[in-house]
Design a protein around this ligand. Structure first.
Ligand SMILES: Nc1ncnc2c1ncn2[C@@H]1O[C@H](COP(=O)(O)OP(=O)(O)OP(=O)(O)O)[C@@H](O)[C@H]1O
Ligand SMILES: Nc1ccn([C@@H]2O[C@H](COP(=O)(O)O)[C@@H](O)[C@H]2O)c(=O)n1
Ligand SMILES: [Mg+2]
Length: 223
């Protein structure tokens, strides 16, 4: 049953790529970007987008946009975010799936997801997609706290009380997901304490397989 659903939904994601003549069964490349709150995921995702042509989907940003849109789930999501809690997977997976379907791209950085085992299983069951690898930002809490308190983006969860809760949720619910993928040899661990530039130098090495495709796109766009 779950497999049937997964196949059907993966087909739906791929259907968008249909060129009207033949269904173009493009393989979707998904990389999960994980790490504690403030470890620098969003910052580095922007650089990966610029350099390697990925589409950045931040689960947190999608949830914040859902609140702003006046959705019926808005109040529930806002309360969960204020408390540093994880929103039910059904909501988050639907938002991610919609964003992927609406994109022309076939390469996605999914940032801040999966946050717990329920997120992981729901995404896999609904989309049938397995991540190519997990980009994991390793950073001590002391450094993350300093960064979050200096972020100044007006986020309702960037205060000491909520940050403390987010750290606990990260250790108790998110790290086990990282360990799960590590046992499958899928985790690429980055030292996130370095400067933004040095962190990106290390990340670049992992994205080398995607350089060729980006160059082809650029050359193609000149013709
Ligand atoms: N390597 C770094 N050195 C110093 N500051 C950094 C570094 N990377 C990011 N920052 C800063 O730390 C803050 C948090 O970064 P960012 O928003 O990228 O983290 P995040 O992992 O996406 O956090 P969250 O999980 O809360 O969304 C930002 O103000 C950013 O400019
Ligand atoms: N998979 C997710 C991702 C995020 N949330 C909620 O959003 C908050 C902010 O997330 P960031 O990645 O932008 O830090 C997070 O603390 C959760 O409340 C979620 O529920 N599920
Ligand atoms: Mg972020």
């Amino acid at each position: 049953m779950a497999t049937d659903m997964a196949e059907a939904t993966t087909a739906a994601v791929l259907e968008k790529k249909d060129n009207g003549v033949m269904p173009e069964e493009k393989k979707l490349h998904v990389i999960f970007v994980l790490g504690g709150p403030g470890s620098g995921k969003g910052t580095q995702c922007e650089k990966i987008v610029e350099n390697f042509g990925f589409t950045h989907l931040s689960a947190g940003d999608l949830l914040r946009a859902e609140i702003k849109s006046g959705s019926e789930n808005g109040t529930m999501i806002e309360n969960m975010i204020k408390e540093g809690k994880i929103v039910p997977s059904e909501v988050t997976v639907k938002l991610l799936q919609k964003a992927m379907q609406e994109s022309e791209n076939d390469k996605f950085l999914i940032d801040g997801f999966p946050r717990n085992e329920e997120n992981r299983a729901a995404f896999e069951n609904v989309t049938g997609i397995q991540p190519e690898f997990i980009l994991f930002f390793n950073c001590p809490e002391e450094e993350m706290l300093k960064r979050l308190l200096n972020r100044n983006q007006g986020r309702v969860d960037d205060n000491v009380e909520t940050i403390t809760k987010r750290f606990r949720v990260f250790s108790e619910s998110s790290l086990p997901v990282v360990n799960y993928y590590d046992s499958k040899g899928k985790v690429r661990k980055i030292d996130a304490v370095k400067s933004k530039e040095d962190v990106f130098e290390n990340i670049k090495l992992l994205f080398a397989p995607f350089i060729q495709e980006k160059e082809e796109v650029e050359v193609g766009s000149l013709n």
